[in-house]
Design a protein around this ligand. Structure first.
Ligand code: GRF
Length: 200
């Protein structure tokens, strides 16, 4: 399976996927291309170190979001991408993009959706004082963090946790769940009926 990854930041989830491909946890797959909308994204370095084509595409070159996404879709198709994985991609994706890869775009979110949507899921859960938060992997639709849930795993917030320790716990779960879901999709074990997704 040819995977396309979109990232904006450190790329630790990208790294987890690279590791899972190299170890065979995700089989018969390659990351065909990485696209970043930020030049300083460390994800670009990670990809290059592993010989993955890494493309920086600046939003400034495009008059509209759709124009930008048309270019992204064009690149993904050029590389024969079958599954698009958003890994810390800090950009709103347009309906054009969603339609071009219908039910083929995944996102990972650091909370138990629909709680704590948006950019600061870990911090918000911590500050709200919930005792259970977690990680969600979901299909991407035109809504913000609102697509069908594929898998969730809970993370407990203990008395001794600080925001930093909670972040560590969440990232550890992310790095396990994302490769697991990608392999489940690759092996055809994920079915979707409206919002109800099952891993068989
Ligand atoms: C992760 O916490 C992910 O849940 C969120 O953005 C963060 C990306 O981290 N969508 P990284 O760039 O993969 O290290």
């Amino acid at each position: 399976m040819k995977i396309g990854v979109l990232a904006s930041g450190s790329g630790s989830n990208l790294q987890a996927i690279i590791n899972a491909i190299e170890s065979g946890e995700i089989s018969d797959s390659t990351i065909a291309v990485l696209i970043c909308n930020r030049k300083e994204a460390y994800a670009l370095e990670r990809a290059k170190k592993h010989g993955i084509p890494a493309i920086y595409l600046s939003g400034k070159e495009f008059a509209t979001r759709e124009g930008y996404d048309k270019k992204v879709v064009e690149i993904l198709k050029e590389y024969g991408v079958e599954l698009v994985v958003l890994a810390g991609y800090l950009r709103w994706i347009t309906p054009y993009f969603v339609e071009s890869f219908k039910d083929k775009i995944l996102n990972i979110h650091p909370s138990l959706l629909p709680s704590f949507k948006g950019l600061h899921g870990i911090e918000q859960a911590f500050e709200y004082g919930v005792k259970v938060t977690g990680v969600t992997v979901h299909f991407v639709d035109e809504t913000e963090d609102g697509g069908a849930v594929i898998i969730q795993e809970a993370v407990m917030i203990e008395n001794s946790d600080t925001l930093e320790t909670l972040e560590e716990k969440i990232h550890k779960v992310e790095h396990k769940l994302y490769p697991y879901v990608i392999e489940a999709i690759r092996s055809g074990r994920v079915s979707k009926n409206g919002r109800i997704v099952k891993i068989n």
